[in-house]
Design a protein around this ligand. Structure first.
Ligand code: BGC
Length: 370
């Protein structure tokens, strides 16, 4: 009964959030009510096999996650099978890896999806074999057999990026209008649209007022997408924007970049064209971007501490092992088949001004801020 009520109120809450934000139904709202998903009352052996299927290494966070999972699961007493999708045949690789994990009898499969919409068959097979499925960082769409979702609050990431872009441009040039360009991530990654929606939640009012102008007029997520989160893709789109829209001395004040890899590619393009570097946002706190921020080039990044995301995921696995329902704190992620109970962590915006403080607990990054 209580569960039914919860599901109903979740559905209504999600619908209201949808109406208010005008977002697509891939992700709805920010932090929602506490809730809990369905645990498996039986649990499983303490040394069971846990599968971890990660996408290709498109950014540093994925490289870190693999090592952290291998070590963390071992320390927790589990056997692990940690795999990455290859660089080119990503979808087929990941599908085969998940299938192999199911065959080997994994009790939980943690998946950082390489393509949100292409894993239905594998996730359904995992469920049929009695494994739990945790979507890690990226939501898996269109199957009711995703048990949990764990990530940083993606919509908030976008909002922080949008706000940083406005703040950075105002600090450089106190009065507008400001001219910007928009970039978004890979269309097969559910996060890409959520980051973009979060950023537009902040930027659209300024665009509508005429305070901010998108120089090329390319405001649609489809026009701004960079397939595969590839640096080359961002660099060549920026090259063409500079060659089409910014040839007659028009100033580019800012660029919304969804992550650090793309931010550095955008900066490379601008430098090669001999133009001043605009305010460029980012995400992931990659070493080279933190250096760039400290050098006054990239303006901002986001700290999503992979160590925390992996350790919270391992806590979820440990709850499932005992047969308990993992802790969740958000019920607004509808994957098209159901609202997936989610645990969201808080992302932090980082600029040169707060870098030392933001990375105080991270020896590798804090060394770069000294
Ligand atoms: C992650 C980002 C990352 C991007 C590219 C996204 O799903 O959330 O942190 O920059 O993938 O790897």
């Amino acid at each position: 009964m209580r569960r039914n009520f919860l599901i109903k109120s979740v559905a209504v809450g999600a619908a209201v959030a949808l109406a208010l934000t005008g977002c697509s139904n891939d992700r709805e709202g920010g932090s929602g009510d506490s809730g809990s998903g369905s645990g498996d009352a039986k649990g499983f052996a303490k040394d069971a096999l846990i599968g971890v299927a990660l996408p290709s290494k498109t950014s540093e966070n994925w490289v870190l996650a693999g090592d952290l999972f291998t070590n963390g699961l071992k320390t927790a007493g589990f056997q692990s099978d940690v795999q990455y999708a290859g660089a080119s045949t990503t979808v087929a690789d990941q599908q085969a890896q998940i299938t192999a994990m199911v065959t080997k009898g994994a009790k939980v499969i943690v998946i950082g999806a390489t393509d949100a919409a292409q894993l239905t068959t594998q996730v359904d097979a995992a469920h049929a074999a009695g494994a739990k499925v945790i979507a890690y960082d990226r939501l898996i769409k269109n199957t009711a057999n995703v048990d949990y979702y764990i990530a940083f609050d993606n919509f908030k990431v976008g909002q922080l990026q949008g706000q940083a872009l406005l703040d950075g441009m105002k600090a450089k040039k106190p009065t507008g209008p400001w001219t910007i360009e928009l970039f978004s991530g890979s269309p097969d990654d559910n996060n890409a649209g959520v980051f973009f929606d979060g950023a537009m939640d902040v930027l659209k009012p300024a665009i509508d007022k005429g305070d901010v102008i998108v120089g090329s007029g390319q405001k649609d997520v489809k026009q701004t997408a960079i397939q595969g989160w590839k640096a080359e893709g961002a660099q060549s789109r920026m090259d063409s924007l500079l060659n089409s829209t910014y040839t007659s001395g028009k100033t580019l004040d800012g660029v919304l970049s969804p992550n650090d890899t793309l931010a550095r590619a955008i900066i490379t393009s601008v430098k090669a064209a001999g133009k001043p570097i605009p305010v460029v946002t980012g995400q992931d706190s990659e070493v080279e971007s933190v250096k760039s921020i400290m050098a006054g080039e990239q303006y901002s990044t986001i700290n999503k501490d992979t160590r925390n995301l992996v350790s919270e995921t391992i806590k979820m696995v440990q709850s499932l092992q005992t047969g308990a329902a993992p802790q969740t704190n958000n019920d607004t992620y509808n994957n098209g088949a159901k609202v997936v109970p989610a645990y969201l962590l808080n992302p932090v915006i980082v600029t040169k001004a707060n870098a030392a403080e933001a990375y105080a607990n991270d020896p590798k990054l804090s060394a770069l801020t000294k």
